[in-house]
Design a protein around this ligand. Sequence first.
Ligand code: AHR
Length: 502
Amino acid sequence: MAKLFIDSGLQISEIDRRIFGSFTEHMGRCIYGGIYEPGSPFADEDGFRLDVIELIRELGITIVRYPGGNFLSGYDWKDGVGDKSARPSRLDLAWHSLETNQFGLDEFMKWADTCGIEPMMAVNVGSAGLKEALELLEYTNVDAASKWAQYRVANGHRDPYGVSVWCLGNEMDGPWQLGHMDAKDYGKKAGDIARGMRQIDDSLELVICGSSSRSMPTFGSWEETVLDHAYELVDHISLHTYYEDHGDLQSFLACAVDLDHFINEVCDIADAVKAKHKSEKTITLSLDEWNVWRLSEFQALARPQTWEVAPKLIEDEYTVADALVVGNLLISILRRSDRVKMACLAQLVNVIAPIRTDPDKEAWRQTTFFPFAYTAKLARGTTLVTRIDCDSIQTTKFGEVNSIDAITTFDKETSQLAIFVINRSLSSSEALSIELSGFTIIDIVEQVTLTDTDLTKTNSYSNSQAVAPTLKKTATFSENIVTLTLPPASWQVISLSVRENK
Ligand code: AHR
C-alpha cells in the first residue's frame, strides 16, 4: 500500500493565486475567433465571446499575460490603439500571419476587466526597446498631462489601468526570436528598460526572461548572466516549458519530474547570484508559459505561403493522458509555491488551449480543462509538505521515478484540506492511505477522479463530454486516515473538512 504523510505544522508557503494564470497571444485563433469575435452570436457589444468568458470563470483564471509570446518581439503597440478604422494591418513575422490590429491594448484591458482577471503586460525587447516600453507604460499607467497619457484619455480611457506586472520581452534566449541576443546584451538591455520603467513607477513587478526551455543549450548560464546584470532591478525570472509524448507514454506521464528539476535549478541559480551580489532580495519565478504541446508536429510543418488573418495554428486536441500530465504539472507548481509566484497555462483559447471555439458553435472544454479548474478551485491557502511512500516505476526518459506524486493544501478560512494525487503507473492500480497529523477529519467534501481505460480519448464540439471527471466519493476515513484506490494512470483530488488539533 502507498502512503502519504501530512502534518499540519509542516507548511511550505502561502499560495499566490496568480499561479492560476493563462496567456493570450496574437497567434492563430486565440484572440481573433477565440476571445474576440464581433458579429458572433455569442459575442457582446464589444465583440467579446461570452461563452468563452463563462468558461474562463469556471476555469478559475486569475491573471492573463498579453500580447505574446513570439508575436511580442515584432509588435508595435501603437498600431493597436486609437480609431479602429485607421489601424494598420501588419505582417506578423512570428506566425507568418496578417495582424489587423482590431484588438489591442484598450480592448484587452476592457476584456480583462469584464472577466475579472488581472492583466500581465509584456514590452517588446526584440524589435523595440527602452523608448517604446516607456511610452507604453505611460499610456497604460500614468495619470498626467503628458503626451501618451493624454492619448489614452483621448481614446476614451480617462483612468490609467494600473498594470502591476510587466514582462521584459519574451524568450530572448531563443534564436527564433526577433531581435534575439546573447545573455549579456539582453541582461543589459532588460536592466536599462527596468531602470527606466522604475523611474515612472518603482512599485512595478518586473519579470526578466529566463530560458525558453530546460533543454536550451544556454540554460543555466543564461539565467546567471541576465540576473548578474539586472538582479536588483527585477522581481521575477521567467521559465517556459512544454511537454509532449514522443511515443513513450510512461515517460510522458512522468514528465513533471523534469519541471521539478527545472524549478529547483532556476531557484538555485538565482540564489547563487543573490549570494554573489550579497543581496537581501530573493528572486521569485514566473512560469509564464507551460503546457502540453505536440511541438514536434508543428515544427515539421512547412511555412505557409500566404499571409492569413488568424489562421488555425496549433489547435492540439488534448487526450486523457495530456490532462493527467497537466494535473501533475500543477502538483509540481504547488509544491514550489514558496518560489513560483505566477504561472500561465499557455494558451487560453484555441491555441494549445483548454477552451475551444468554432464560429457559430458554443465553446467547449478540452480534457486539460478539468484538472486545471479543480486545482484552481480547491488549492487554497497554504501548501503542506506531503511525504510520499510508494513504489517506483521505470521510465526511459527520467529513469526511476515515484509511481505516485501528490501535494496538499490547507485553507484555514474554510478548514478544508485538498490532496491532489496522481498515479503515473500505466499498469498498476494503488491502494493509498493518507495519514494526517495535527488534523481530525470531519468529512469528505468532494472527490474528483480523472481517468479512462482509453487514454487517447479527446473531447470535441459534438462529443464535449467524452472525457469528464467523475465525482463519486469512494474514499473512506477514520479519525485521521483516508483510504482510497488510485486506478492506473489517474488523477484525483480529495477535499476534506477537518479540525485543526491544538
Ligand atoms: O505559446 C506558443 C509560443 O511558444 C509562444 O509564442 C512562445 O513564447 C513559445 O515558444
